[in-house]
Design a binder for this molecule. Structure first.
Ligand SMILES: *[C@@H]1O[C@H](CO)[C@@H](O)[C@H](O)[C@H]1NC(C)=O
Ligand SMILES: *[C@@H]1O[C@H](CO)[C@@H](O)[C@H](O)[C@H]1NC(C)=O
Ligand SMILES: *[C@@H]1O[C@H](CO)[C@@H](O)[C@H](O)[C@H]1NC(C)=O
Ligand SMILES: *[C@@H]1O[C@H](CO)[C@@H](O)[C@H](O)[C@H]1NC(C)=O
Ligand SMILES: *[C@@H]1O[C@H](CO)[C@@H](O)[C@H](O)[C@H]1NC(C)=O
Length: 331
C-alpha cells in the first residue's frame, strides 16, 4: 500500500506535538456530546476532502487510491464509488463549481518521493439525474503539488486551486481549461523548517475573500480578491497557532480540521478567538481529521461533517489507527 505526503506530514507534526505511546483505550472522548459515525472505510483508507451535493449527499476524495465516493448521510452504512481515476495515485481538493457539477484535483504523491511535478490535473464530475459524467478539465504540468480547491463564486465556471509546494494559487476556467497563477504570497510558502514542502493547504472563497491555512506554519489567513481572483487588498493574519488542514467558513466563523492534532477548532473570524469543539490529541473521535463541511439540507444544516485519515501514519497515542471515516457533529 502506498502512503502519501499528507499523512507523513501528519506523522511529523504528531511527533512535534508529543503524542505518546499508550495502546488500547482509543475510545472517542468527546468534549463534544453530540456526534454520530456516518460511515467508516476499511483500515488503510484515507479521506482527504469533502464536498456536499444539493441533495445532501456527501462526496469524499481519497488519497490512498484515486477514488471518489458518495455517501447518503441519512441512510448511512454504505458508500457508493462514483469514479476511479486511473493513472493517478490519489485525489485531493474538491468543490462544486456550478449546480451539481464538481471539480477535483488529481495527482501523484508518495511518502518516499513526495509530490510528482507534472502529474497534476483538474477533473470534473457532473451529475445528471445521478449519472455522473466524468471528464478532464485540464492538466497543469507546472503544478508541484495541488491540494485545496474552492469555487471563485464571483466568476462563472472558475475554481481556485492551491499549490502547496510552489506556494501559489491558480485560477482555472473549467469551461475553457485556461489557468493562471492569481495569488502568490510569502504566507503561502512552505515553512523554512518544514520537513516536507507543504505550505498553503486548505482554501475557501467567501464574500470576496480567499481564506487559507498554511499547515506547518499553523497559520490561518485571508486576502480580499477581485472578480478574477487577484489580490485586491493585503494578506491578513486571522489566527496563528492552529494547525489547520482543510476547513469550512461562514461569514462569522471557520471550522478547521486539525489532522495530526485530532481536533476540530472553531475560529471566530472577527476576534481571532478559537476553541476546540471536538476531539483532543489523545482521542480517536476525529483522529486525523483532514476536512469538514456544513450540511446543506434543512435536515442537517446544523451538522458539521468531518472526514479523517484515521491516524493511519500519525496514530492516536502513538498506537491507535483506523480506517478513514465521516463523523457528523451537531453544532
Ligand atoms: C491516551 O493516553 C492517555 C494517557 O495514558 C490516556 O489518558 C488516554 O485515555 C489515552 N487516550 C486514548 C484515546 O487512548
Ligand atoms: C502516477 O504514478 C503512476 C505509478 O507510478 C504512474 O503509472 C502514472 O503514470 C503517474 N501518473 C501521472 C499523471 O504522472
Ligand atoms: C483584478 O486584478 C488584476 C491584477 O491587478 C487585473 O489585471 C484584473 O483586470 C482585475 N480584474 C477585475 C475583474 O477587476
Ligand atoms: C495526551 O496524553 C499524554 C500522555 O499520554 C499527556 O501528556 C497529554 O497531556 C495528553 N493530552 C491531551 C490533550 O489530553
Ligand atoms: C490498521 O492498520 C494498522 C497498520 O497496519 C495497524 O497498526 C492497526 O492496528 C490497524 N487497526 C485496526 C483497527 O485494524
Amino acid at each position: 500500500m502506498h502512503s502519501n505526503i499528507f499523512l507523513t506530514f501528519s506523522a511529523l507534526v504528531a511527533s512535534v506535538t508529543g503524542a505518546v505511546l499508550n495502546p488500547r483505550n482509543a475510545y472517542p472522548q468527546p468534549p463534544h456530546d453530540s456526534s454520530r459515525l456516518v460511515y467508516q472505510f476499511a483500515n488503510g483508507t484515507t479521506i482527504e476532502n469533502i464536498a456536499i451535493r444539493s441533495n445532501g449527499n456527501l462526496l469524499v476524495t481519497l488519497t490512498d487510491r484515486p477514488e471518489l465516493y458518495e455517501v447518503n448521510p441519512f441512510v448511512p452504512k454504505t458508500a457508493k464509488l462514483v469514479h476511479h481515476f486511473p493513472g493517478y495515485l490519489g485525489l485531493v481538493g474538491i468543490t462544486e463549481v456550478s449546480p451539481d457539477v464538481f471539480t477535483l484535483n488529481a495527482g501523484n504523491f508518495s511518502a518516499t518521493t513526495g509530490p510528482t511535478e507534472g502529474s497534476w490535473a483538474v477533473w470534473q464530475v457532473a451529475f445528471h439525474k445521478d449519472q455522473p459524467k466524468v471528464s478532464k478539465v485540464v492538466d497543469i504540468p507546472e503544478a508541484l503539488s495541488l491540494n485545496g480547491m474552492t469555487t471563485l463564486a464571483s466568476s462563472p465556471n472558475t475554481i481556485l486551486a492551491a499549490d502547496s509546494t510552489a506556494g501559489v494559487v491558480y485560477s482555472v476556467n473549467t469551461r475553457t481549461g485556461s489557468y493562471k497563477v492569481v495569488l502568490d504570497d510569502e504566507t503561502f510558502k512552505p515553512a523554512a523548517d518544514a520537513e516536507l514542502p507543504i505550505g498553503i493547504n486548505g482554501i475557501r472563497y467567501l464574500d470576496h475573500y480567499v481564506y487559507y491555512t498554511n499547515s506547518f506554519k499553523a497559520f490561518f489567513g485571508r486576502v480580499r480578491v477581485n472578480k478574477s481572483g487577484y489580490a485586491a487588498g493585503s494578506y491578513e493574519t486571522v489566527a496563528t497557532g492552529i494547525v489547520g488542514d482543510d476547513f469550512a467558513v461562514t461569514p462569522q466563523v471557520a471550522y478547521i480540521a486539525g489532522n495530526p492534532t485530532n481536533v476540530v477548532t472553531k475560529l471566530d473570524l472577527a476576534t481571532g478567538e478559537s476553541k476546540v469543539i471536538a476531539g483532543n490529541l489523545n482521542s480517536s473521535l476525529v483522529a486525523g481529521d483532514t476536512s469538514v463541511a456544513l450540511g446543506r439540507t434543512w435536515k442537517d444544516k446544523h451538522v458539521l461533517y468531518v472526514v479523517t485519515v484515521g491516524g493511519s501514519l500519525s496514530p492516536v497515542n502513538g498506537t491507535f489507527s483506523e480506517g478513514g471515516k465521516i463523523v457528523a457533529l451537531d453544532i
